[in-house]
Ligand binder design. Structure first.
Ligand code: SF4
Length: 405
């Protein structure tokens, strides 16, 4: 299908995060393109709040002055405060930086050249194997600072991807690219996000995905469910799902209810998210796949307060995903709001909101040694020996199976 291209001049490119986010470890993000040819059916870039103009999937705005703006934004003489330490995250959001139009404009490549020259670490999130074109630059960035390339997948099934991510590289191509990047010495992650309700969230399909992800030798995998915001995103998804699987609409309406507290963010019910998290937890047990970005990828890159906050958030994730309660997310938030270094507060840590005696011990260990033995234990728990037989037969079945065959 013909894509309508709009060349635009943007006023800014880098978006400073309010705090280092513990999923991507990003201090800054950027969208070089607005709109995305990949046209994933579930893309939340369609949601009105992102204000992407035109018909999503069929129109793309290209920030043709991106390099000029970035040069200005990276100039330390123009900044009143120093750059925040952390990764610069390229892609995701409202447009994949390696969507087909990048072959013509090469803006992502030029952005990488500039970030390499200025010594910034980079985290790329994409659904395209076009990222392999820039492997030379990624190696250079990795040698100077660090580069991570993450691929997002809703499953490893090409037949499902063809319908739900019609113009993206197939899941096999993405995992093939992941293998090549790993061979080149670049860290690689998978965002199994979003799993599609009643289609890719089954134990069988998640297990199949994990098997293939492990074979690609990736460094970590993050898991998450789908959101469906009222308006453009939900209307588009339902109208397409109605053509593919009309029988699934009532089940969707049941989990994406308007009466739910989170419906304003497009969340499904808490029960649905707990169920798929449990399915994922059980399926991943036999695999050696870290479920958060491991500390080795950030301990030397982040400021101390941010490092502590990220580690506490990761502890919080592991405990909550096991159905336990945790005060660590709240403590992480308090620390992320601090204006002074934690190192100056070693004797008064318990005065911080959410920090009790146990949390204080964890923080002191991180400040004194750069690591948390509790977090290491949580990373290790639930991961079997590499290559161990899960005992779970890979059987692809389910109500939608016949459709994809
Ligand atoms: S690749 Fe990402 S940004 Fe592009 S349509 Fe798919 S989900 Fe949206």
């Amino acid at each position: 299908m013909e894509i309508k291209v709009h060349e635009i001049t943007a006023k800014s490119l880098l978006r400073k995060m309010k705090r280092i986010d513990s999923w991507f470890l990003a201090a800054y993000g950027m969208n070089i393109y607005r709109g995305c040819e990949h046209n994933c059916l579930y893309c939340d870039g369609r949601a009105e709040k992102y204000q992407v103009e035109g018909e999503f999937g069929l129109e793309v705005s290209v920030k043709v002055n991106a390099i000029e703006i970035l040069e200005r934004e990276l100039d330390p003489r123009r900044k009143r405060t120093p750059f925040r330490k952390g990764y610069i995250c390229i892609g995701g959001g409202v447009g994949d930086s390696y969507q087909p139009i990048e072959k013509k404009y090469k803006l992502t490549r030029q952005v990488l050249e500039l970030l390499c020259e200025k010594d910034f670490p980079v985290h790329i999130l994409t659904k395209s194997h076009l990222v392999l074109r820039d492997i030379d630059l990624l190696k250079k960035i990795n040698d100077k600072k660090r580069a991570i390339v993450s691929f997002s997948l809703s499953s490893a099934r090409d037949d499902i991807g063809k319908h739900f991510e019609p113009m993206a590289s197939s899941p096999s191509q993405r995992l093939g690219a992941a293998k090549q990047l790993k061979k080149a010495g670049i860290a690689v992650g998978v965002f199994l996000l979003p799993v599609i309700p009643f289609i890719t969230d089954t134990r069988e399909i998640i297990t199949d995905t994990l098997e293939k992800v492990q074979n690609a030798n990736v460094d970590f995998i993050l898991f998450g469910g789908m959101t469906l915001e009222e308006g453009r995103q939900k209307d588009f998804f339902y109208s397409t799902l109605g053509k593919l699987f009309p029988g699934l609409i009532p089940a969707y309406k049941n989990i994406y209810r308007n009466d739910h507290w989170g419906s304003q963010w497009g969340n499904a019910t808490g029960e649905y998210y707990s169920t798929i998290q449990q399915t994922f937890n059980e399926a991943i047990r036999p695999y050696r796949l870290p479920q958060r970005i491991p500390p080795d990828f950030y301990v030397d890159l982040l400021d101390e307060n941010d490092k502590v906050a990220v580690m506490l958030e990761h502890i919080d994730y592991f405990l909550k995903s096991q159905g336990k309660t945790s005060p660590y997310g709240y403590a992480a938030y308090s620390i992320s709001q601090l204006k002074q270094p934690l190192a100056n507060m070693k004797s008064t840590l318990c005065s911080l909101k959410g920090v009790g005696k146990v949390t204080e011990r964890i923080i002191l260990e991180i400040l004194n040694t750069g690591k948390s033995s509790f977090l290491e234990k949580l990373f290790a728990s639930g991961q079997g020996p590499h290559g161990m037989d899960s005992g779970v037969p890979i059987r692809l079945s389910g109500p939608t199976e016949a459709f994809f065959k």
